[in-house]
Design a protein around this ligand. Structure first.
Ligand code: LIP
Length: 285
């Protein structure tokens, strides 16, 4: 495995300024921060059992916190006045001027996978301003995959252009999904999972939402659904899906930052949304 990703500079369509950076400038910073944070976790993976908190179905690692700090310090050097929001940071987005850039970080998405030594984890960094995502990077060190996109450029993996699949029916689709951390088998996500599994060619749970969406962008999966996901899990990869020709849509804000989210190649989007809405209306979810 080669942990060193491509770091070629992005082409510049808008020169940008210090106070209004271009999307290419933001992508360069996001890539640098994601690579630094991801490499920190990867190089220190023998410390993956250093746990700071455990939950019934989740874990928080010392490396989650350290990698968040690494990412933040890279971003602060370049953009000291930007807001930062992350799974491991205390900053909030409340009252932010929508014109101000806000960075959205998940230093290790797929923490449970990482803690077990599985290679399916990544660092996800997005930046938004003016109400839209400007740039996103999903970097998976153990897979040597670095997914990138800007709002005015293509989606790429290690510099190779991505395009969504052309599957046009759920019955032949590979659908990535996950189950809410607050697992309660009586809740609608389990009912949706049951229906989904029966309706698609295959439903897969990989445990790393950002990479799941990148698989959709790469045409290796056709759609994604999850209930109870957070903005930092889907912000960067959602943009990558869209710039690869697909769709990424938050269906509902479930409170406390939890979202119901779908993404797809576009062709099966309505079919997937209708299936989920039908189960929710039957279960009162
Ligand atoms: C995880 C996701 C995973 C989802 C988990 C969790 P974390 O993120 O990527 O797909 O099913 O509930 O949110 O906590 O490892 O960064």
């Amino acid at each position: 495995m080669n942990p060193t990703p491509s770091s070629k500079p992005t082409s510049r369509t808008d020169p940008g300024t210090a106070s209004h950076p271009s999307s290419a400038d933001l992508l360069d910073a996001a890539r640098a921060a994601a690579q630094a944070a991801g490499q920190h976790a990867w190089k220190n993976r023998d410390r993956r059992s250093e746990v700071v908190a455990t939950f019934a179905h989740d874990v928080k690692l010392r490396l989650d916190l350290e990698s968040q700090e690494v990412a933040e310090s890279v971003l602060r050097q370049r953009f000291p006045h930007h807001r930062i929001r992350g799974e491991e940071s205390t900053g909030t987005a409340e009252g932010v001027d929508p014109a101000t850039c806000e960075w959205i970080i998940d230093p290790i998405d797929g923490t449970v996978n990482f803690s077990h030594g599985l290679p399916l984890w990544c660092c996800s960094i997005a930046v938004r301003s003016g109400g839209r995502m400007r740039a996103g990077v999903v970097y998976a060190p153990a897979l040597d995959e670095c997914y990138t996109a800007t709002d005015d450029g293509p989606a790429e993996c290690n510099g190779r252009r991505l395009a969504v699949s052309s599957v046009n029916s759920l019955s032949t689709a590979l659908v990535m999904t996950g189950l809410d951390k607050g697992i309660d088998p009586r809740l609608p996500p389990f009912e949706i999972f049951r229906t989904l599994s029966a309706s698609v060619q295959k439903a897969r749970i990989m445990g790393v939402a950002a990479l799941d969406l990148c698989r959709v962008a790469a045409g290796q999966a056709d759609a994604y659904f999850e209930n109870g996901i957070y903005i930092w899990d889907i912000a960067a990869a959602g943009l990558i899906v869209e710039r690869a020709g697909g769709r990424s849509e938050t269906l509902a804000d479930l409170g406390s930052g939890r979202l119901r989210h779908i993404a797809s190649n576009g062709q099966i989007h309505e079919e997937l949304r209708n299936l989920i809405q039908a189960v929710l209306s039957q279960t009162g979810g």
